[in-house]
Structure formats: structure tokens, C-alpha cells
Design a protein around this ligand. Structure first.
Ligand code: NAD
Length: 555
């Protein structure tokens, strides 16, 4: 089959840059896909479209649509093009949503087999994935926060143990090296290890634990950074490291543990064995995965007991382990609540921009602009320096940068101006992860232990999506968990194309301001001090019904 890659250059195949930009983003997620033949972008099962006829029909629709039309996509399948108006989104999507009582992984797989539904991950189904770098700054900021909290702000000479070198987990070795640490990443799939080496995210590989540990030992001793990929099963390797009496400084895991059938690979299964079991004996495979995860998480808890800083990096591994008998799995912290919530409470989160012409120089010019114009923002300037030095582009040149309310709009409007006056050679798309302040409910990841107990309420991402539609975004998507995440989460995605026009100025300003406003309001509603401070400083019109209740009581 011909390999799909995003078109580069300035030639349009659609009736405008907004449609062309979205088409290139769809092609870009395919270019970066873990398994393009099956349209699987990342996260074990996260797809860009339901099947190949759907993919081709989406492409055809984008190529022929007018600006006053909207393409409707239901779980990766285009349903129709409707007449709206020029300020309406060009694409509206709902991916993987199933009502509560029916939202089980078994039911999801049944619907998937009938080709009635598919999982869009967070950024696969709505064409926002930019390769492993999509989560790299998040992982780096976690490591930096741990360094500040536990290691005198320095991870030099520290040993990080983790697993999973897939689409997203593949960012871990590079984030570890950027933080100065020696990082060991275990993966069962040699092809995935090789892919990370080829993309420049991983330095060394071996299938021998002794050799891997020796490389780590040397790097720790010399306080040098190194990333090592070890071919092995984490459920075997973690207990083995524990038995040898070694205690890593930091332990995590980013295997696709959320999915016991299509994601995690249990002990004793080869890659061919697991593929056969997926087709012929999924129930046994599910049980074996759950039992292996339980072993791995018991080892993680034992590391914690011995002093390692252990955290769940957003793959539901604790949830799976607790279902398979590990009662204290939730003693392990979740990264959002433990390390990143103060940022999310200020709506500082993973914002991204992509050069639609394919010209890497556009991203470098934007880097320079940020270093100059955001000089007082240490998080982003530190990151841009590091990203320039370490992060290779995958697919269309792109950058991630954690920015907050007002900052995103400022950057996007400046970039749109740079497109308009020809400083950049082509339009730029703006988007963000769903794992962002107001855009995700996941009581075991994003919204665990919310101050007011509102962990499971999904009104917020739904409001976010509706608000982004009213704010003139180009693409808006409502996602729910699929596969092993079924019933666990709800989220919303948004994308805009800065094509240099004044209309784009209006869209960018309205959407980006409102997107982060809702994030701040969501956390302010839950009582976070940082958000109340943002409300005050940034003059956000919050309605405080709690204060009114108090006034009524006193009246
Ligand atoms: P992926 O399917 O692309 O890769 C998973 C990797 O895990 C594969 O390389 C696989 O070979 C490996 N693996 C499976 N079982 C293993 C085992 N027992 N031992 C060692 N390796 C094993 O998935 P991905 O896109 O990298 O995502 C990984 C997880 O991270 C998912 O659960 C995803 O939902 C989650 N995630 C978290 C965040 C975040 O912000 N923290 C963001 C995106 C994804």
C-alpha cells in the first residue's frame, strides 16, 4: 500500500487553507502512525478514521467542501456535509461515546467488531497527534517537578526506571535525558525500540538486563545522562531489578496498560503469540494481562516502600492492578494530581503549533519569537531552548509549549500576523492536548482527587466543546474512552488554522481565550487558589454562587 504522508508546500488541493490545513493534519497523524495499515496512530487502538473507506471519504469531503459547510464525523466515519456558515467549525466530531450503563470494554469491542464505533485516543481521531513530542514537555515537567521536590532540583546521577516505548511512551527516554538522568525503558516489542532509536528519541538498546544496568550504573556514577531501551517484559524486569536489591530514584510505566487485550503484553507471550491471542482467545489474554500488571504494580509498590518516587503516567495501570487484586495500587500517585495540577489550575497546559507548509524554519522563527517576547516565562523559554537542542521533528514540523491564558492567544495572533506579512512561508495550525485544564474528565488520571470531589463530572469537557464551537474553532471533537478506557473518561479537542487572514485573527482570539477561560473557571469552581488568583489577575468574569449563598445566609 502507498504510504501516506502529509503534503508539503503551498499548493492547495482544497477550496481554502482551513480545509487544506485540516487535511494535512489528518495526513500527518497517518505519517506518524504506529501502524498506518490499520489506521492506528498510537495508544494501542487509537485510530485516525474508522476504516479505509471512511478515511478516503473524509479526504474527498475535505477536498470539495466550501467554507460555509461542516463535515460531521461519528467515530471516525464521515456521515455528511451540512450547510452552516463561514464562522462555524469545518469539522465536528464525536468519537467513542457510549452511554454510562453500556460503557464497558466488552461492549466497546463488540461495537468495534461490527465497525459501528472506534476509539480516537485523544489526538488520533481528531488529527492532532504530532508524534512522541506531543507529551514530551509534560513528561519533562514531571521529572523537573520531582527533581525540585525530592532531589535538590537536579536529576544528574539519578536512575529512572520506566516501560513502554510506543507512540507516546516513546517520549520518556528523551525527556529523561533532557532532565539529565539515566533512564532505562523496557519494551517487549523490538520494532518499537528501533523506531525510537531511528527517530532520535532513544540512544542505546540491548536485550540483556545485565548490560542495561551496567550502562545505567556507569552513567549514574559519572552523572551523565543516558537512555537505554531494554527488550523485555516489564512485569518480569521490574521484580528482577527489585530482587537484585536495586532501588531506582524514580519509577513509572507507560505501556498501553489501559487496554488488556490490544495494549499490554503479558508475561510469556511473544509478539506473534499476542497477535494470535487477540484474534482467537481475547478473554484468556485479558486475564493474563491483568495478572502480569498486578505483578508489575506490586514491584512498583515495593520500590515505593524502599524510597523510589513512583507515579502512574496516565495509562490506568493502577486501575487494572486493583481489579486484579492489588488493593493498595492507589497508593501510587497519579502524575496530574501529584505534579501538574498547579499548572492546570492556571490553565497552563500542552499547547501545540504545526507548520502546515512543512517548512521547519517556520517553527524555528516562532521559537525565536517566543524566546524574545515571552522572556519572563521561564517554563516556556527553558523548554524552547531544550526542544531546539534535543527534539527532532516527526512529520510536519511542530512544537509543543506549555502556555496559559492570554499567552496562547498572544502567540497565535502574532503567528497569524507573521503568516500575513510573509515572515512565515505558510499557514500554521494551533491545537492542544485533550489533557488540558477544562477539557478532560478522567477520575483516575486528570481529575483524580479534585478538591471538591467533582472528579467524575463530565459537564466540563462537554461545555468546553460547545463553547469552542460557539467561539468559531475550525475543528471541535468530543471524545470518550474506548478499549480499556471505556467508561473512564470524556474529553474535548479543538484545532484552528492561522492562515494569515483577519477572520483567522477573530477565530483564534475568541477560541483560545475562551478555551483557557473555561479551564480556569473549572478549577476555580473546585476551589483551587491558583485559579481564583488567575480570575482576579486576568479579570475573568466568574459568577460566584457560593459567595451569594453566604450573603443570603447572612441577610
Ligand atoms: P502504544 O500502544 O503506542 O505503545 C505501548 C508500548 O507498550 C508498546 O511499545 C508495547 O510494546 C509496550 N508494552 C506493552 N506491554 C508491555 C510489557 N508488559 N512490558 C514492556 N512493554 C510493553 O501506546 P502509547 O501511545 O505509547 O501510550 C501508552 C500509554 O500512555 C497508554 O495507556 C496511553 O493512554 C497513555 N498516555 C498517557 C499520556 C499522558 O499524558 N500521560 C498521554 C498519552 C498517552
Amino acid at each position: 500500500m502507498v504510504k501516506i504522508a502529509a503534503k508539503r508546500g503551498l499548493e492547495l488541493r482544497c477550496k481554502g487553507w482551513r480545509q487544506e490545513g485540516l487535511l494535512r493534519l489528518l495526513e500527518n497523524v497517518m505519517e506518524n502512525a504506529e501502524n498506518q495499515d490499520e489506521l492506528i496512530v498510537y495508544g494501542a487502538l487509537g485510530k485516525s478514521a474508522r476504516n479505509w473507506p471512511s478515511y478516503r471519504s473524509i479526504v474527498a469531503a475535505l477536498k470539495t467542501m466550501n467554507e460555509d459547510e461542516t463535515l460531521i464525523v461519528q467515530s471516525g466515519k464521515p456521515i455528511g456535509v451540512i450547510r452552516t456558515h463561514v464562522n462555524a467549525p469545518l469539522v465536528l466530531m464525536a468519537n467513542g461515546n457510549i452511554v454510562g450503563q453500556w460503557a464497558s470494554s466488552d461492549h466497546f469491542y463488540e461495537l468495534e467488531r461490527k465497525e459501528l464505533i472506534c476509539w480516537g485516543g485523544l489526538t488520533a481521531g481528531d488529527w492532532q497527534y504530532i508524534g512522541s513530542q506531543g507529551v514530551i514537555q509534560g513528561t519533562y515537567e514531571i521529572f523537573q517537578t520531582i527533581a525540585r521536590m525530592h532531589f535538590d532540583s537536579n536529576l544528574k546521577g539519578r536512575f529512572i526506571l520506566t516501560a513502554g516505548l510506543g507512540g507516546m511512551g516513546g517520549s520518556q527516554p528523551l525527556a529523561g535525558v533532557m532532565a539529565g538522568a539515566a533512564i532505562l525503558c523496557v519494551d517487549v516489542n523490538e520494532a518499537h525500540i528501533d523506531k525510537r532509536i531511528e527517530s532520535g528519541y532513544l540512544q542505546k538498546k540491548t536485550n540483556c538486563l545485565d548490560e542495561a544496568l551496567e550502562w545505567i550504573r556507569q552513567a549514574v556514577e559519572l552523572e551523565k545522562s543516558v537512555s537505554v531501551g531494554l527488550l523485555g517484559n516489564a512485569a518480569e524486569v521490574y521484580p528482577e531489578i527489585l530482587d537484585r536489591g536495586l532501588v531506582p530514584d524514580i519509577v513509572s510505566d507507560q505501556t498501553a496498560a489501559h487496554d488488556l487485550v490490544y495494549g499490554y503484553v503479558p508475561i510469556g507471550y511473544s509478539m506473534t503469540g499476542v497477535a494470535e491471542a487477540r484474534a482467537n482467545n481475547p478473554k484468556q489474554l485479558e486475564k493474563d494481562s491483568g495478572e502480569s500488571i498486578a505483578k508489575e504494580v506490586r514491584a512498583m509498590l515495593a520500590f515505593k516502600e524502599k524510597g523510589s518516587i513512583v507515579f502512574d503516567n496516565g495509562n490506568n495501570i493502577r486501575t487494572q492492578a486493583s481489579k486484579y487484586g492489588v488493593k493498595d495500587a492507589f497508593q501510587i500517585d497519579i502524575f496530574t494530581e501529584a505534579f501538574l495540577r498547579p499548572l492546570f489550575a492556571r490553565a497552563i497546559g500542552p499547547f501545540r503549533w504545526i507548520a502546515l507548509s512543512g517548512d521547519p524554519d517556520n517553527i524555528r522563527k516562532i521559537d525565536r519569537f517566543i524566546l524574545k517576547e515571552f522572556a519572563d516565562n521561564q517554563i516556556v523559554t527553558n523548554w524552547i531552548h531544550l526542544a531546539n537542542q534535543y527534539v527532532p521533528f516527526q512529520g510536519l514540523p511542530a512544537r509543543i509549549g506549555w502556555l496559559g491564558h492570554g499567552e496562547r492567544t498572544r502567540l497565535a495572533l502574532a503567528v497569524n500576523q507573521m503568516v500575513r506579512n510573509g515572515e512565515l512561508t505558510g499557514p500554521v495550525a494551533f491545537t492542544r492536548d485533550h489533557l488540558d485544564a477544562g477539557a478532560m474528565t478522567h477520575p483516575n488520571i486528570m481529575t483524580e482527587k479534585m478538591k471538591d470531589g467533582s472528579d467524575a463530572i463530565t459537564d466540563w469537557p462537554l461545555l468546553n466543546a460547545m463553547m469552542n464551537c460557539s467561539s468559531m474553532a475550525d475543528l471541535v471533537a468530543i471524545h470518550s474512552g474506548g478499549g480499556g478506557y471505556t467508561g473512564y473518561m470524556q474529553s474535548a479537542g479543538v484545532t484552528l488554522v492561522a492562515d494569515g487572514t483577519e477572520d483567522a485573527d477573530a477565530r483564534l482570539k475568541c477560541t483560545l481565550d475562551n478555551d483557557t477561560t473555561l479551564g480556569i473557571l473549572r478549577y476555580a469552581d473546585a476551589g483551587y487558589e491558583e485559579s481564583l488568583d488567575e480570575v482576579e489577575k486576568k479579570k475573568i468574569r466568574r459568577i460566584d454562587t457560593e459567595a451569594l449563598k453566604e450573603e443570603n445566609r447572612n441577610a
